[in-house]
Design a protein around this ligand. Structure first.
Ligand code: SAM
Length: 156
């Protein structure tokens, strides 16, 4: 993504959100899309994001509900149980420790995996769930799953 962005003439750098390589107060907006649940120290990440926002700037953070794609995860029994350090269910409390206003917008949708192979490959692509991929039971035809994501818009 960084390389593609640079190819379009936009400055892009790789950095750890827990130690952002930017001056204080220089961004109008920080977008954290489906990534804060990977970060070991969430509070440090949110402190850093707030530090680089200018006064009146905003953080837009997206993540999933722990109950997203139930039709997929129930195929793995108790091993498919949800759990996330930054989800629709638990993110708001963490955000409110660092931001004064946290607005939440829920997004519901549906995904159709055309066949088992596509669903298996999706599971294999997930850092925290890849080990389950080959345990997906065999089935014929497409698998339709419901999605629930959330967008938080946060002001310091
Ligand atoms: C599920 S991907 C989401 C990618 C992209 N934002 C999107 O919405 O398609 C998770 C991203 O989090 C990034 N990530 C994980 N830990 C990070 C950290 N400590 N600092 C910055 N980025 C991190 C990974 O490099 C990866 O690009």
């Amino acid at each position: 993504m960084v390389e593609l962005t640079r190819e379009r003439g936009v400055e892009a750098v790789v950095g750890d959100v827990q130690d952002l390589p930017f001056r204080d107060g220089i961004f109008d907006c920080v977008l954290a899309a489906w990534m804060l649940y990977h970060v070991p120290d969430l509070n440090q990440a949110l402190r850093q994001i707030r530090r680089v926002l200018r006064p009146g700037g905003r953080l837009v953070a997206t993540t999933n509900s722990e109950r997203t794609m139930p039709e997929l995860w129930e195929q793995f029994g108790s091993d498919g149980r949800p759990g996330s350090s930054f989800s629709a269910e638990n993110a708001q409390g963490a955000l409110l420790r660092h931001f004064t206003i946290v607005e939440r917008r829920d997004v519901h949708g549906e995904v159709t995996f055309p066949d088992r192979r596509a669903a298996r490959d999706y599971v294999a692509s997930l850092v925290t769930k890849a080990h389950l991929a080959d345990r997906l039971p065999f089935f014929d035809g497409p698998l339709r799953v419901s999605r629930h994501a959330v967008v938080f818009v946060c002001e310091p």
